[in-house]
Design a protein around this ligand. Structure first.
Ligand SMILES: [Zn+2]
Length: 68
């Protein structure tokens, strides 16, 4: 199957049998991110962590766990 990267619009060919392809078929296609963009985003996230300005938005159940 063909998927388009949501960041750079690159078209990628995914193996239909791969876990990612199966997951994308059940979800909106715009959740796909190519490898390059994924690397870039995760690097940026790490940089933000390092700067101490990164605010982690915990899901509701995570916050509940912290409060108790
Ligand atoms: Zn991309």
């Amino acid at each position: 199957m063909k998927v388009k990267c949501v960041i750079c619009d690159k078209i990628c060919e995914l193996d239909d049998q791969s876990l990612l392809a199966k997951r994308l078929r059940n979800r909106p296609i715009h959740t796909f991110m190519c490898h390059e963009c994924h690397e870039r985003i995760s690097k940026r996230t790490r940089d933000r962590w390092a700067s101490g300005k990164f605010v982690l938005h915990l899901p509701a159940e995570g916050r509940k766990g912290l409060r108790s």
